[in-house]
Design a protein around this ligand. Structure first.
Ligand code: AMP
Ligand code: MN
Ligand code: MN
Ligand code: MN
Length: 295
């Protein structure tokens, strides 16, 4: 019996809104049977050096990645970059501009939350930020900490989701702009959790069209935020739009709030995995393991 190679191409560390340090994410991934892991923090690549050192130690293959915040058609869309060079200047300048927007947004969010009766939210959220990225997740942790809401879901539902009292809209990177940074850095672009955007199939199709025209490579067919039905329907869309398939847990930390590393459904028949285009595919996936016939 051959053992399948386990790919998890989407997760977070304390460099953005994850709970574990990059080295601990890698160690946990290895414990959970992940062979190839992409660390894809929101708008930052600062965790990659530490993650790479940990990966070298435990023999896991690390793919340097990032999850870029994009505004397309007035909607928030997340674009994962896989195999990026973290030293690339265009990418780093782009990500720095997004982190700046996050900081300005956080100040405005704190002002709005103050008016909604939530004290000291900026300082409270910043205490949870382990790096340069200030996320709504950090505000959610603070809201739970002070007992205003019982959990994350309630924090987003009552204060942080679109249109709620603590919400501040931002014009993030443009789609072509974000793909430009990722490609400049030698990476492949992947639409993260496409079924999560509450878009009609027509609108999602328009996004995939624009994405493909801008040189996008793949979409996440398998994601912790997709139901089995959505996995199937995203697989169909890869065929229609000529895109490869990726998979990722979107792990943010241990516990039942978040998906676990490496716990991913297989691709439906007919999907072409994003890794089949990787130059070092043969090195990552020994020939003895017939992965393509499995997926
Ligand atoms: P931001 O990028 O700072 O706007 O924050 C978005 C992050 O918040 C996402 O990456 C998720 O980790 C988290 N998030 C968004 N919506 C929810 C939700 N309804 N419940 C829990 N976490 C959420
Ligand atoms: Mn997140
Ligand atoms: Mn995302
Ligand atoms: Mn994510």
């Amino acid at each position: 019996m051959t053992s399948a190679v386990c790919f998890d191409l989407h997760c977070h560390s304390t460099a953005s809104d994850g709970v574990l340090a990059p080295a601990d994410v890698v160690a946990r991934a290895a414990e959970h049977g992940v062979d190839v892991l992409a660390l894809t923090d929101h708008d930052v690549t600062d965790g990659i050096v530490e993650a790479q050192a940990a990966a070298d130690e435990c023999g896991l293959q690390l793919v340097p990645g990032v999850e870029v915040s994009v505004t397309w058609n007035k909607k928030l869309v997340h674009i994962v970059g896989l195999g990026i060079d973290p030293e690339n200047v265009a990418l780093q300048q782009g990500l720095a501009s997004l982190r700046e927007k996050r900081l300005i947004r956080a100040q405005k969010m704190a002002e709005k939350l103050e008016k909604a009766g939530v004290p000291d939210a900026l300082a409270g959220a910043m205490r949870y930020a382990g790096g340069e990225v200030l996320s709504r997740t950090h505000f959610a942790r603070y809201l739970v900490e002070i007992g205003l809401v019982k959990d994350f879901a309630a924090a987003f539902k009552r204060f942080l989701s679109h249109g709620k009292r603590g919400f501040v809209g931002v014009e993030w990177a443009g789609l072509e702009e974000a793909l430009g940074w990722i490609h400049d850095a030698g990476g492949q672009a992947v639409i993260a959790h496409p079924a999560r955007y509450s878009m009609s199939r027509t609108l999602l199709g328009a996004l995939m069209d624009d994405f493909k025209k801008a040189g996008g490579a793949a979409i996440e067919v398998v994601s912790s935020s997709h139901t089995p039905g959505e996995v199937k329907s995203m697989a169909e869309m890869t065929n229609k739009y000529g895109l490869l398939s990726s998979c990722g847990s979107d792990f943010h930390g241990p516990g039942n709030k978040w998906a676990e590393l490496g716990r991913l459904a297989p691709f439906p028949d007919g999907c072409q995995p994003v890794w089949k285009t990787w130059a070092d595919f043969e090195r990552i996936i020994p020939e003895s393991i017939n992965l393509l016939s499995k997926v």
